[in-house]
Design a protein around this ligand. Structure first.
Ligand SMILES: Cc1ncc(COP(=O)(O)O)c(C=O)c1O
Length: 308
């Protein structure tokens, strides 16, 4: 079956969802997007979107920053996403990508709500990074500053910064890059946030370190502190503090929780997955699969529940 895409205000077969090569969105990277995961429940009867409302609200905030416009309210866009998954008959783990972009074919780079276009597509997605602990390298590219290109907006053009860092990391034999801010603090990975553990305490840099206002990151902070009683502190991290961390992991919608084995070839925690990472990852998996009653309000079911 040909995938169904939401584009130009309607659901269409994929071959009809096309833009001009002249589009400003393509030529200048003028847009912002979201990435949302849906998880199949253990018995396979349901597909649950993880923190749908948060993701759509962040997309709306990104569009607001970039003077672009969503095709409806947060609730309306959420319902479009649910309807898209139903029309595609999705019941297995899925990734949903809504993108809002400037779709004028004029030459100049201009952000203009009246030429905003929204497309939403979905695809099956297993692990984004390896399920094994990964080797990362600190990038020679710096994270682009808030006042140059706001990470908060999750802007399409900003991913050139991520892609340069990732290219370099892969060329150097790493799986992923860690970007520092212009001031030399740890910012984030190319599409993941950074957590370290030192002396049993979880540490992660704030979003003022030029990283995205992360939904997985915030969720993990809540799960760690409220459910697992793991102490957490939000503060700047220097480059070499990564080298001496007891544990380190990356997180994000794509990456979920990905343990780090080494940074710049220095092994972290003996190169094994540490106890805090392991506990948090197990709890996160239980939450997204709908096994934790107190966190069910983080999940939006795609299919009508039985009896409804
Ligand atoms: C640059 C960047 N940092 C971090 C993340 C993780 O954020 P979230 O947990 O909200 O998906 C993403 C998105 O996946 C990202 O693109």
């Amino acid at each position: 079956m040909e995938p169904v895409i939401y584009f130009k205000g309607d659901f269409r077969p994929e071959h009809e969802a096309i833009i001009s090569v002249r589009s400003r969105g393509l030529n200048y990277g003028l847009g912002c997007f979201a990435g949302i995961r849906g998880y199949r429940s253990d018995d396979g009867s349901q597909l649950n979107l993880f923190r749908l409302d948060r993701h759509v609200r962040r997309l709306e905030a990104g569009a607001h920053i970039l003077c672009l416009r969503l095709p409806g309210t947060v609730e309306e866009v959420s319902n479009i996403i649910i309807e898209l998954l139903r029309r595609n008959g999705v019941r297995d783990d899925v990734y949903v990508r809504p993108i809002v972009f400037a779709n004028s074919n004029e030459l100049s780079p201009l952000l203009d709500p009246d030429t905003s276009e929204t497309a939403i597509f979905c695809m099956p997605l297993g692990r984004y990074l390896s399920s094994e602990p990964i080797d990362v390298g600190v990038s020679s590219w710096r994270r682009v500053r808030e006042n140059a290109l706001p990470a908060r907006a999750k802007a399409t053009g900003g991913y050139l910064n991520s892609a340069l860092a990732r290219r370099e990391a892969i060329d150097h034999g790493y799986t992923e890059a860690i970007l520092l801010t212009e001031d030399g603090h740890v910012s984030e990975g190319s599409a993941e946030h950074v957590f370290i553990v030192r002396d049993g305490q979880l540490i992660s840099p704030p979003s003022t370190e030029d990283n995205l206002d992360g939904i997985t990151r915030q969720s993990l902070i809540t799960l760690a502190t409220e459910d697992l009683h793991i102490p957490f502190v939000e503060r700047s991290i220097g480059r070499t503090e990564l080298y001496v961390a007891d544990e380190m992991f990356l997180c994000g919608t794509g990456a979920e929780i990905t343990p780090v084995r080494s940074v710049d070839r220095r092994p972290i925690g003996g190169g094994r997955v540490g106890p805090v990472t392991r506990r948090l990852a197990a709890h996160f998996e239980a939450v997204v699969r709908g096994r934790v009653a107190s966190r069910k309000d983080w999940l939006t079911p795609v299919w009508p529940e039985q009896g409804q």
